[in-house]
Design a protein around this ligand. Sequence first.
Ligand code: GCW
Length: 720
Amino acid sequence: MKKVLAVVVLVFSFTVTIHAEDGYRLWLRYDKIDNPVKLAGYSNAISGVKFIGNSKTIELAEEEFLTGLMGLLDKQIPVVSEIERDGVVLAGTLNNLPELNQLLSNKVDKLGEEGYLITEGKLNDKKAILIVAGSDIGVLYGTFHFLRLLQTQQDISAINIESDPKVGIRVLNHWDNLDRTSERGYAGFSIWDWHKLPDYLIPRYTDYARANASIGINGTVLTNVNSNALVLTEQYLKKVKSLADVFRPYGIKVYLTARFSAPIEIGGLETADPLNEDVRNWWNEKVKEIYRFIPDFGGFLVKANSEGQPGPQNYARSHADGANMLADALEPFGGVVMWRAFVYSADDKDDRAKQAYKEFKPLDGKFRKNVLLQVKNGAIDFQPREPFHPMFGAFTNTNVMMEFQITQEYLGQATHLVYLAPMYKEVLESDTYAKGKGSTVAKVIDGTLQDYPVTGMAGVANIGTDRNWTGHTFGQSNWYAFGRLAWDHELTSSEIADEWIRMTFSNKESFVEPVKKMMLESRENTVNYMAPLGLHHLMGWDHHYGPGPWIKDKGRDDWTAVYYHRSDDEGIGFDRTETGSNAVSQYFPEVRDKYASLESCPEEFLLWFHHVNWDYKMKFDRTLWNELVMRYYDGADAVKGMQETWNALKDEIDNERLERVKMLLKIQRDEAVWWRNASVLYFQTFSKRSIPDGLEKPDKSLEYYESLKFPYAPGIRPTW
Ligand code: GCW
């Protein structure tokens, strides 16, 4: 009896382990559809599968489809060779499906390389579901889309979908170092196990590629922008090649960061001057070598003359000189240069927010066609809220691409639930007025406004070795949202959250609705408890963890907090109008005027653009001080609300993820109160006004908060 029991226990615990909801499967879970009506409907509608084509990509698409259907429908759908009954899903390129030419060529021809159609058609007098594209990768994307429809329990009768990515280069930026640390990474170490590459290929590489392909991401920059030239040596290129080989069938190109001083560091030259013949030759040869290993290499991402990185200005050359040298080397192979605009100098005493525009605007038109300027969403640095970067819309003859941050460096890192789609959308929907009303940042980025030949959107990845990839389960939603928006910036935050929740957790409305609401409000809550009303750069020193509005005297003013909030006895905020730094003048007149006037400046950007008196009357008749305090309290209270929402869902999902999120929400709540208390106490030393009645008073002193140290907070490079 005892023996039997032991066996039962063993079998039971094994089953539990293999079915553990540890988050590894992301949004590609394919568990059986729990709605009997839907399940029966899909099972009846799909009778067979036929994928045509003989590439690895088509093989993978078919495999994905069969695995997906097997899981979702809990039934083996046969692979058929002929269409002999209704309900066969037929997938392939039009080239491989000439019988569909007449029916679909009009539509398919209109699609770009990666687009696809999902529609119905009659073949042999039988009704078939068609997934058709111009390329095998398009077929793979269409396959994932079809599976998503089932995962989210959509209606597939009379299906008719056309999809084409709006942006060309949809790329993750890994700030990963060769020693496997990850700068601003909060989900463990880098997933690239450089030491064991190229021979040791772990399943995670394939799963990474699958996950990215499922949301349309088609590129990855493997290495940190604070770069190491070693990755360009033969020893490492072999490793890079092995990853590129894994990613290729999923439509993912590999890119590397190019350290500007590489010709000196690994090439033995004495200079890295971009106009020097030897230097140019060195890069030409290096690029040829890279393409010998990786024939579809995407190109380089470069951080130059920024935060200590070498660059063309070391040789009194311009950013255009530097970028063009690399662009010329890459051009014969179809590669691109993503040249970062995140530059600001320790010597320039002008407002940091103005420096990138000042540096690059005069160079508009001077860059090669295969160069993209990669611009962060705002002019400072991925703060919880920034107005859109004035460079968007200002470049008519230079490709400008977007850089978003997915890793939550300034938004609670991997312990806060902050859904970022609303932040991305806020920026994409901002109107630059570059060509009059309706000149949104999205239209700049997708190239339609200014006819950019090459377009791109980058996201600084939040992926690491943690079993669930992103540290926080909800961090997955930000990876997901980035990919979906890079493909189609017209999707709403709510639509994306809806898809993600259904695929990741459950289709039950009783779960979807409250979680969606919580996600949609989460970013605003975080802005409130960290940096309300346009405040920015208030975080802890160096590791950027926790509040640090008191940070000052750090060698560089623009790395302190006091430089940005400028609190004094009178008020708070950075005057960026004509009476101050005049950063507003970098925007087009309509935007400039709106931000420049205290009356028309939206409250969410008030202290970004204005130094405002503590007693200034805000909307709802509150003084600025009272409003500021209220925001901090509202933000922290909202996290309590998130906890309540989550706790009420305890019977809706698996215990494992439920408990993990619960623990993290507790951390988030405590940290929100910490941000609130530390910030209010600190700003109170200037305002000398009291915390409005009825609000719980901070239980610790300002000195206490200032004394906290976190030498081992994650995400900093050991050498940084
Ligand atoms: O926000 C800062 C980060 C740095 C980062 C830099 C950048 C990679 O704190 O860690 O360096 O931005 O974007 O280059």
